[in-house]
Design a protein around this ligand. Structure first.
Ligand code: UTP
Length: 311
């Protein structure tokens, strides 16, 4: 019987500089950019909570105030909405402060995603945990994180999420080489076994040149990690771009014995993912999600058709 590895805590790094979105991100984290009428990071916190991870640690950077304020009560606004009798808006305003228990830790210098994750070591302790990037949204209809938690719980190995991308785009991502699973590996009961496939990760490289990429499988912003990753991160030197890369630490973990907390599995995700850290993808995300909203979709799609016909 494998040991159970419960995952109870989520870590959301939100300390990056967000240079692709300057000047919007000069005084505000990019994770606070609105996607229709909620900041991107609220979707991510909601995803963590609905996967059963009610203890959320945010890794914040220089402009942490808007993040903390968003997930806190706003009594002035509540008083005004109560006086107006606007119960719908009041519920919306209170919802973000009623989501799980949110903790914050400061990264100091943004020395890379691996360094941001290492900042969670004290809070997480010797427990398995999930990492959700605050600018990467997974559609709530596609239960990726639940499946990753299930695979981790059954195997103890760290689990990363992979998508297939056109080969010429692989250098924008971390890239994974994979092989079939060893025979007899028990993956637990998948909630949506048809939507995902699981592979053993045999190689990892951050943003490779197209000709050096071992596959077209790109690493996206969901991870379920064995706490052994912290010790590896402490010894991971700065890599690509002078940053301490989570991908490099995972490559070491991949070659470590499963009995010592090593091993990395990849869940291949074929559902809906929205990258809000890139300007064009951000615009597509807003249009996609708004067009599916019952209160906005109809008029927006009508207008889009006219707009495109005129172009
Ligand atoms: P990105 O690679 O998107 O980097 O980080 P970035 O600096 O935020 O954005 P650009 O490229 O300059 O526009 C991926 C995730 O890791 C977090 C970011 O906040 C984002 O959620 N991150 C990155 C940190 O928390 N700390 C870091 O040092 C770097």
């Amino acid at each position: 019987m494998p040991t159970a590895h419960p995952v109870l805590k989520a870590v959301i790094p939100a300390a990056g500089l967000g240079t692709r979105f300057l000047p919007a991100t000069k005084a505000m984290p990019k994770e606070m950019l609105p996607v229709v009428d909620k900041p991107a990071i609220q979707y991510v916190v909601e995803e963590a909570v609905s996967a059963g991870l009610g203890d959320v640690l945010m890794i914040t950077g220089r402009n942490k105030r808007p993040l903390e304020d968003h997930f806190d009560r706003n009594y002035e606004l509540e008083d005004v909405l109560t006086a107006k009798g606007d119960t719908g808006k009041l519920a919306d305003v209170n919802h973000s402060s009623d989501l799980g228990t949110i903790h914050y830790v400061r990264q100091g210098d943004p020395k890379g995603l691996g360094h941001a994750v290492l900042c969670a070591a004290n809070h997480v302790g010797d427990n398995s945990f999930a990492v959700l990037l605050g600018d990467d949204l997974i559609d709530e209809r596609d239960q990726l994180l639940q499946r990753m938690v299930e695979v981790h719980r059954a195997t103890g190995q760290s689990v990363i999420a992979l998508i297939e991308v056109p080969q010429d785009q692989i250098s924008l991502y971390g890239c994974a080489a994979v092989s079939d699973l060893p025979p007899g590996l028990d993956l637990g009961e998948g909630s949506e076994p048809t939507a995902t496939e699981v592979r053993q990760v045999t190689g990892l490289v951050e943003k490779p040149a197209v000709e050096d990429a071992p596959s077209n499988l790109a690493v996206i912003g969901r991870y379920v990690l064995n706490p052994a990753v912290f010790e590896v991160l402490r010894h991971t030197p700065p890599g690509r771009g002078g940053e301490i890369q989570l991908t490099d630490a995972l490559a070491t973990l991949m070659d470590t014995d499963v009995a010592d907390g090593g091993g990395v599995l990849g869940v291949i995700f074929r559902g809906r993912r929205y990258d809000t850290g890139d300007r064009l993808d951000y615009l597509k995300t807003v249009v996609t999600l708004a067009s599916e909203r019952h209160d906005l979709g109809g008029p927006l799609v009508d207008w889009l058709k006219e707009f495109v016909a005129d172009k």
